[in-house]
Design a protein around this ligand. Structure first.
Ligand SMILES: [Zn+2]
Length: 672
């Protein structure tokens, strides 16, 4: 079969190309091709692999995301412990560290490497013969969590190291998984809009994302990575740290570009102090610098004390706080009516930006702090991004202030507010509230939803205030003359806005669903719903049971969706949008015709002809859903060798059990 050989060659070539472009894009930030060209390569590889599942290998770029959520992480014992680092907070302390080093080495002949201390999560990656075989969190330094499936989704981490004869058979790479600031801000924006609580800082977001049991969600989180050390290696890479990092870089691993050598402690201090203000220009968070002795033999002489090495020290930047005065306290209305307090501040410079507002989170928090208008407050940027009030200087409170009262009426529409069961959340119950409407419209037009270009907050404000828009569908009825009459709106920009709105008529169904602002339904659940039901009509008529039967839709969300489409007001909103010409696009149900069409299949035990991942991919390609746990919803259990408790469970529940031969027959269409 000459054909099969050609396919294999083509697949290998595509993989090499995609890896090269991943490296150019994610590690070197120097792409050679645009997204469309990249997507075309990727799509071709995926199609070829789908047609030839026997050629799928674990290090193929298509295999970054596994479709199998875990029940729990297994643990990994680090072959070489991951030590922690002692902290210093001043130049004097750095000099004291240097004196200890000099005394112990008994020579002035040593140099340093100074690195940014990236605020993320330390991990250890294990490569065997150049292939990524596992990834683990630091844990307590001795034992960490096996997060391999999640690590594999991070595009900056190569699944196989760049070709070269010198990659050791065993190479453990240590480094930091982090979330770029931009991704963090975007993630929090989406979480807030979906009614989920935002992450406090990028480190929490990175840690939370890396410890998700479902790697498919991790894959959406835009995590990144910098390598900075090695653990177990079968062959040392270099005699000093700096050259070791260069070797890692040459293997395709991302190494921070700002790493510097320093001849002595004076240079170290100079570098550390310079990064204090400069760090805010970076697209990731750092909370300090790490200073390391460069030469490996000298590190050995210095050794370690307890849990921290003596050849390494961290310098922490001073915390970024500022004092200012609360000029007023405003109450904002959210898209579902939730009222939140915000402090308007006398402008103050903090972490390189001018801050004029700070979040007070909720009325409970505000009462706890007892923030009043006129108070001098200390603000801090949580993770140096979202400013918040952390302290009130009550001793400097001017006379005659009064505690801020939780509003009894909506500041926009004057309706009496209602409190939820916990008493923390205060809401405006008026569905006609223009404050809520503006927020809903902003969300509807937002990037994660209908993505309407040029329809920003100030335009929405005007459209609502002038009564031109009273609901989503009114956007699609706007005329050029309506817009041209608005402030700062010429004919040309009016047309641009209309074009943007027109474009949004044919967004995919999931965007449409996300845009409706159904409680608890964010972009991800909207995608699950769109994929499952295939059409808006089917989703609208879905029963509670049908919704709950979907794997990623919990009972609360199911109830919320079901309730939404039963409410006449909401049905009218949807009908109105359709009547205004919005046509949510559904992907033709591609794989419905496969052998496992709409079936949930669980694989247990080991199969001879498939890795677990390949088996799951084969199930998906045949239209089925691969699940990891057996329940009443399971249609088939594929039992391999040493199947374990899932097989017992399947028998107990009366689920059809098939063996590998039957599984392959079904895949090839020879059985049903
Ligand atoms: Zn209101």
């Amino acid at each position: 079969m000459a054909m099969a050989g050609d396919v294999k060659k083509r697949i290998e070539r595509l993989r090499r190309e995609i890896r090269r472009h991943d490296h150019l894009y994610y590690v070197l930030s120097a792409p050679e091709i645009d997204d469309r060209q990249y997507d075309a390569l990727f799509a071709e590889l995926k199609d070829l692999e789908a047609a030839h599942p026997e050629l799928v290998t674990a290090d193929s770029p298509t295999q970054r995301v596994s479709g199998r959520p875990l029940d729990v992480f297994s643990t990994v014992r680090h072959a070489v412990p991951m030590l922690s680092i002692d902290n210093t907070y001043s130049a004097e302390e750095l000099r004291a560290f240097d004196e200890r080093v000099r005394r112990q080495l008994d020579t002035p002949e040593y140099d340093y490497v100074v690195e940014l201390k990236i605020d993320g999560l330390a991990v250890s990656l294990r490569y065997e013969h150049g292939r990524l075989v596992s990834g683990a969190t630091r844990g307590d330094g001795e034992v960490g969590d096996d997060v391999t499936a999640n690590i594999r989704t991070i595009k900056a981490i190569p699944l196989s190291l760049l070709d070269g004869d010198a990659v050791p058979a065993v190479l453990e790479v240590r480094g930091e998984v982090y979330m770029p600031t931009r991704s963090f801000v975007e993630l929090n924006r989406m979480r807030t809009e979906a009614g989920e609580s935002p992450f406090a800082n990028p480190r929490n977001a990175a840690a939370g994302s890396l410890k998700l049991l479902d790697a498919r969600i991790t894959a959406t989180r835009n995590l990144a990575f910098f390598a900075y050390a090695t653990g177990e290696v079968s062959q040392p890479l270099a005699r000093d740290h700096y050259r070791m990092l260069e070797r890692l870089r040459a293997m395709g691993l991302p190494v921070n570009p700002h790493i510097q050598r320093a001849k002595n402690i004076d240079e170290v201090i100079e570098i550390c102090l310079a990064w204090g203000p400069k760090r805010f220009e970076l697209d990731y968070q750092t909370d300090g610098m790490v200073v390391k002795i460069n030469r490996c033999d000298q590190r050995d002489i210095l050794g370690a004390t307890g849990r921290a090495p003596r050849w390494c020290i961290a310098y922490k930047f001073p915390a970024e706080r500022a004092e200012t005065v609360v000029e007023s306290i405003a109450v904002q209305v959210g898209k579902s009516g939730a009222l939140t307090p915000v402090a308007n501040l006398a402008p103050v410079s903090l972490s390189g930006t001018t801050v004029k507002r700070a979040s007070l989170h909720n009325f409970d928090e505000m009462r706890r702090l007892d923030v009043r208008v006129g108070d001098t407050v200390v603000i801090e940027k949580a993770g140096e991004i979202i400013p918040q009030v952390v302290e009130v200087k009550t001793e400097r409170r001017p006379p005659g202030t009064k505690p801020f009262e939780v509003p009894k009426k909506c500041p926009v529409c004057d309706s009496e507010v209602v409190k939820d069961e916990t008493g923390v959340c205060v809401r405006c119950p008026n569905p006609q509230c223009s404050g809520q409407l503006k927020e809903r419209l902003r969300y509807f037009a937002g990037r994660g939803q209908m993505d309407i270009e040029r329809l920003g907050a100030s335009l929405i404000e005007q459209l609502v205030d002038r009564g031109l828009v009273q609901g989503f569908a009114d956007l699609y009825r706007l005329r050029k003359e309506d817009l041209a009459a608005l402030e700062r709106m010429g004919e040309k920009s009016a047309q641009n806005v209309l074009d943007g709105i027109e474009d949004s008529k044919t967004r995919p169904l999931w965007r449409f669903l996300a845009a409706l602002g159904i409680r608890h339904v964010g972009g991800q659940s909207a995608q699950v719903l769109a994929e499952h039901f295939g059409s808006l009509a089917a989703l609208r008529e879905a029963s509670r049971e049908e919704l709950e039967a979907i794997d990623q839709i919990g009972p609360v969300m199911a109830e919320s969706i079901y309730g939404y489409f039963r409410e006449p007001r909401h049905r009218a909103v949807v009908d109105d949008l359709l009547a205004a010409g919005v046509q949510p696009q559904t992907e033709a149900a591609r794989s419905r015709a496969g052998a496992f069409s709409d079936k949930t299949v669980v694989v247990t035990g080991s199969l001879e002809n498939f890795t677990r991942q390949q088996a799951q991919q084969a199930i998906k390609d045949a239209g089925g859903k691969a699940s990891s746990s057996v329940s009443k919803k399971t249609d088939f259990v594929v039992a391999g060798a040493e199947p374990g408790s899932k097989l017992d469970k399947a028998r107990e529940l009366g689920v059809t059990v098939i063996d590998e031969r039957q599984f392959m027959e079904m895949l090839s269409g020879r059985a049903n």
